[in-house]
Ligand binder design. Structure first.
Ligand code: SF4
Length: 308
């Protein structure tokens, strides 16, 4: 199906929104709001060259990160809550968003990477098609929370070069308790399967910079080691051991959970090590790992390329 036809289908979803598993079925084109509280418009916080992503994404000149407001998840511990829990930002037309993408390319960024595009997917993809027609050549990175509608992901086939989904929960009860996201493991798994079907489970690199593939992110949460292990078990059982996984240690309690019995602390080095050892024991090898220091848990992605 040509990209233009896919955009028409995607935009039609806004009339009865099922862009994500919440399936609010509101008419966003008519101003009705669902869980994400977003109208049928592009609303951006900022766009910048990001040097803190995984090395194949940031490269030497940065990932072209476009922070979009709001989110379809409701994580109580959100690490990016100032942007993801707000609907305030710059309202952009499709043409203006295409210019943002082209400008990131002009600034030398290795890719363009909208963050949490899920609720804004139709217009972001329309902007991408326009930007491609105007000379955008760098890969498009779909950086999402993993709570995706696999049918929507299917419509992105051929337009996305790199998928960067979270896989936050292997355990349903944790997904419901922490993110009000029923069915998360099932939807994340089906979406990841479709992403891998489209772009493969090998990360294609050129001079250490990603050109095509998937990187799945998993943030280890304090006291929820079994949840993390289940993520690896599911990916091994249902998809493949090749899927590159970024195992993140940087959880830091935001003000909202400072008194939470589990979420009020950072993870310990032992917790991170236990999850990492488990993944290695299962046979995962394409892992991006971070350092976890006993005294100061500072995220520091390996600067070494683990695929060399
Ligand atoms: S994108 Fe927003 S309105 Fe649409 S189903 Fe998801 S949460 Fe509901």
């Amino acid at each position: 199906m040509p990209a233009e036809e896919k955009i028409i289908k995607l935009k039609k979803i806004l009339d009865n929104c099922v862009l994500c598993p919440r399936a609010c079925r509101v008419n966003r084109a008519q101003g009705e709001l669902g869980f994400c509280k977003l109208p049928a418009k592009i609303i951006m916080d900022c766009a910048l060259a990001h040097h803190g992503e995984e090395p194949p994404l940031s490269g030497h000149r940065g990932a072209g990160t476009i922070f979009l407001v709001s989110c379809n998840l409701g994580c109580v511990y959100c690490q990016n809550y100032q942007i993801s829990q707000s609907t305030e930002g710059q309202k952009l037309t499709v043409e203006q968003m295409a210019e943002v993408m082209l400008d990131l390319q002009k600034r030398g960024c290795h890719n363009v990477e909208p963050v949490t595009p899920t609720p804004q997917t139709p217009l972001i993809m329309e902007a991408l098609v326009l930007a491609r027609a105007k000379g955008l050549e760098v890969p498009f990175v779909y950086n999402c929370g993993g709570y995706e509608n696999p049918e929507v992901i299917k419509l992105l086939d051929g337009m996305v070069e790199i998928y960067l989904p979270d896989f936050k929960y292997g355990q349903e009860d944790v997904a419901v308790e922490y993110s009000a996201a029923p069915g998360y493991p099932r939807f994340a798994l089906a979406s990841l399967k479709e992403m891998v079907r489209q772009v493969g489970d090998e990360l294609e690199l050129e001079n250490g910079v990603a050109k095509k593939g998937v990187i799945t992110r998993h943030l280890v949460l304090p006291g929820k080691i079994e949840n993390s292990k289940e993520v690896f078990r599911l990916i091994k059982k249902e998809i493949s051991l090749n899927v590159p996984i970024s195992l993140m240690s940087q959880y830091s309690p935001p003000p909202k959970v400072r008194r939470h019995p589990l979420l009020s602390r950072r993870i310990t080095p032992a917790e991170y090590r236990e999850v990492l050892d488990y993944a290695l024991k299962l046979g995962f090898r394409n892992l991006f790992i971070q350092e976890v220091n006993e005294y100061e848990l500072t995220p520091d992605f390996n600067r070494e390329n683990p695929f060399d």
